[in-house]
Design a protein around this ligand. Structure first.
Ligand code: PGA
Length: 253
């Protein structure tokens, strides 16, 4: 089965509404004819409405960067799935390592967030990945197994293929250190095998992205890997030339 690659920019906590609108306005005409690749942006909450409105009618997918699992309640500072769908947001990034390591995101919470997002009609990009210590200690597969199994436990098997999983080695995020092609392919294939443990058919549908210092000069090699269905791009997604180059590389892969 062929999976359409997704290049998702993760803007993190960067930029004003005006800068967000300018960035998408600069990127969209440059990629309009590239039909073999999807482009998404993970936008700060404050700019979601503006980016949805200014890109309506285009193929761009707009994602939030986090979400609470409850539809409403006494959860000061949180945003729910119905609040995102009210804005016509397409999806949500869940379990990014910065949320896990800096803000106490747990696999238990993700186990509730992932099905809550799907039930609300939101597309999910679920992030998983090991720390540098875990890799050095030979614990990468144990860590990935734990995250994938636990975070997807409450997703009905027939919906597993709807989820995009981003494999992001934490030591490669924002560091300029990129996984070798072999390290990336091994981990991406391992993640797909974990989904296949529940359903081979769904594992063929699941998009698995690589994330962690993907740049124009390494994108083609990573995107050509057999189990790589796109990228989750942090730093390079804030630069129009760099993200366009990566999207073009995905269209050629
Ligand atoms: P990076 O970030 O591309 O800057 O390494 C990736 C991410 O955090 O999703």
């Amino acid at each position: 089965m062929s999976r359409t690659p997704l290049i998702a920019g993760n803007w993190k906590m960067h930029g004003t509404i005006e800068e967000a609108e300018e960035r998408v306005a600069a990127v969209l005409p440059r990629i309009a004819t590239l039909e073999s690749v999807e482009h998404g942006v993970c936008v700060p909450f404050t700019a979601l409405q503006a980016v949805v409105d200014s890109t309506r009618g285009s193929a761009l997918k707009v994602f939030a960067q986090n979400m609470h699992y409850a539809p409403d309640g006494a959860f000061t500072g949180e945003i729910s799935a119905p609040m995102l769908t009210e804005l016509d947001v397409h999806g949500v990034l869940l379990g990014h390592s910065e949320r896990r390591t800096l803000f106490g995101e747990t696999d238990k919470a993700l186990q509730l967030k992932v099905p809550a997002a799907l039930d609300a009609g939101l597309e999910v990009i679920l992030c998983v990945g090991e720390t540098e210590d875990e890799r050095e200690n030979g614990d990468t597969e144990r860590r990935l197994r734990h995250q994938v199994q636990e975070d997807l436990e409450k997703v009905p098997t027939e919906r597993l293929g709807e989820i995009t999983i981003a494999y992001e080695p934490i030591w490669a995020i924002g560091t300029g250190k990129v996984a070798t092609a072999e390290q990336a392919q091994d981990a991406l294939a391992f993640v797909r095998a974990l989904v296949a443990d529940r359903s081979k058919e769904q594992a063929e549908r699941t998009r698995i992205l690589y994330g962690g210092s993907m740049k124009p000069d390494n994108a083609a090699e990573l995107l050509a890997l057999p189990d790589c269905d796109g990228g989750l791009i942090g730093g390079a997604s804030l630069d129009v030339e760099q993200i366009v180059a990566i999207i073009e590389a995905a269209a050629r892969s």
